[in-house]
Write a protein that binds this ligand. Structure first.
Ligand code: ZN
Length: 423
């Protein structure tokens, strides 16, 4: 493997972005920047630079064969906001762009593992996401396309795996203890009311070693999902074992919190079963489970659920770990790239009934969402006029019809899929 330090990597990415070497400028697909750099270095693509291939010629993913698993049955945890009259161009709405799904494990003062964070680091990351105008939603909401955040804001998903006691403990006052991850998140929302305290927790047997925790999470608008009772490797398990593990995992959660809707999974180790149908549904001893969304382990922002290439059973995540030991493509890495305008986040139009995106988007709207689609002319942003649709010729001679970042890096379209590699 080629080892490249981060500074060098960043420089190479800048170079790649500038000359558009067959790579989506926003890293919208599953391709990892480091892989891209390695390929570019090895093959000399940086020199040959096929400028103009901005629109992801490698997009061969077929749409997810998931229609029968219908992700649309998920109830909303958010009250729907009143429709707004915000001009989508004025907030650069792009609801086909990328949604970061952050992956957390243990938050504790003596964070040592590669997935651990100290409370200070966790708080700092919340602060950074808040300053970048992110608002948390759940995985259920992502998968159902039930994304209700204010105009100009970006959805982010916070996920926690393995149900460790440091994630939540219920204190004598009936609330999460202040030093737990949920306690920190709740306090952050109190101080910053526009940063909704919610997250999706993927639990094993005896979650959090606290029987009060799952009921509290469900009652307070958090999601609790599947991670198998014994954290098994699904590829090394029989069909019968997988169904037993997931049915009992689901039944445990519902026994603790009868109102819980359990319909998403974080795949242990990010590994899918050979029999893929088992991460859509199964049964054991007369009980059954149904799954509408499955999370992988790495390593880049996820596609919008409205992207025609969104696969709800292979949702990418960004790992978040110790800031003292940064790793490839972790949360700091992606937040840095966002600050540099190197990828485009999903930006809300403020109206949950519309899916707004600029006519320059290289990402296609999924057919099932056609009724809600609202393509607008991004050049309409400057005037007071609304979005007249359909115009492909731009009044600005310097802007091309494609999604090339002709003017500023920020104006790139989002989420172009590329080849899929599952970590
Ligand atoms: Zn795990």
């Amino acid at each position: 493997m080629i080892t490249i330090n981060d500074q060098l990597l960043d420089r190479k990415i800048t170079a790649i972005t500038e000359i558009r070497v067959a790579v989506p400028t926003d890293f919208g697909g599953e391709m990892r920047p480091r892989d891209i750099v390695a390929v570019a270095l090895v093959t000399g693509l940086l020199l040959s630079g096929c400028a103009g291939d901005d629109d992801d010629p490698t997009a061969t993913d077929s749409p997810a064969p998931s229609a029968e698993g219908s992700a649309s049955s998920t109830p909303s945890a958010t009250a729907s906001a009143p429709a707004t009259d915000v001009d989508p161009a004025s907030v650069k709405a792009n609801e086909l762009a990328l949604v970061p799904v952050m992956m957390y494990h243990v938050v504790k003062p003596e964070a040592k593992g590669e997935y651990d964070q100290t409370p200070t680091e966790f708080k700092a990351e919340l602060e950074r996401m808040h300053e970048a105008d992110f608002v948390p939603i759940t995985v259920q909401e992502l998968v159902a396309g039930d994304i209700d955040v204010p105009a100009g804001k970006h959805p982010v998903v916070l996920t926690f795996d393995d149900s460790s006691p440091q994630q939540i403990q219920i204190g004598a006052d009936g609330k999460p203890t202040a030093d737990s991850a949920v306690g920190i998140l709740e306090a952050f929302e109190t101080a910053n009311p526009d940063f909704r305290a919610t997250a999706s927790f993927y639990v094993n047997g005896s979650p959090f070693n606290d029987p009060k925790a799952v009921p509290w999470l469900v009652e307070n608008g958090y999601e609790v999902g599947l991670h198998t009772v014994n954290h098994i490797n699904l590829k090394q398990s029989s069909d019968a074992t997988i169904q037993k593990e997931l049915t009992l995992n689901s039944e445990d959660i519902k026994a603790a919190a009868p109102d819980a809707v359990v319909n998403t999974i974080s795949l242990p180790f990010g590994i899918s079963p050979t029999n893929k149908s088992l991460i859509r549904g199964g049964s054991y001893e007369g009980k059954s489970y149904e799954i509408d969304g499955a999370l992988l382990v790495g390593s880049n922002p996820a596609k919008s659920p409205f992207n025609v290439d969104f696969d709800p059973y292979a949702i990418a995540r960004i790992r978040s770990g110790p800031k003292s030991k940064p790793v490839d493509t972790d949360s700091t890495y992606w937040l840095n790239l966002l600050e540099q305008g190197k990828w485009t986040p999903y930006t809300s139009d403020g109206d949950p009934e519309k899916i707004s995106y600029p006519s320059t988007s290289s990402v296609k709207l999924g057919e099932k969402w056609a009724d809600k689609g609202n393509e607008y002319d991004p050049d309409g942003a400057t005037g007071s006029s609304g979005s007249s649709s359909g115009s492909t010729s731009s009044p600005n001679p310097s802007s091309t019809t494609s999604s090339t970042p002709a003017s500023t890096p920020k104006s790139t379209s989002s989420g172009a899929p590329s080849s899929t590699s599952t970590p």
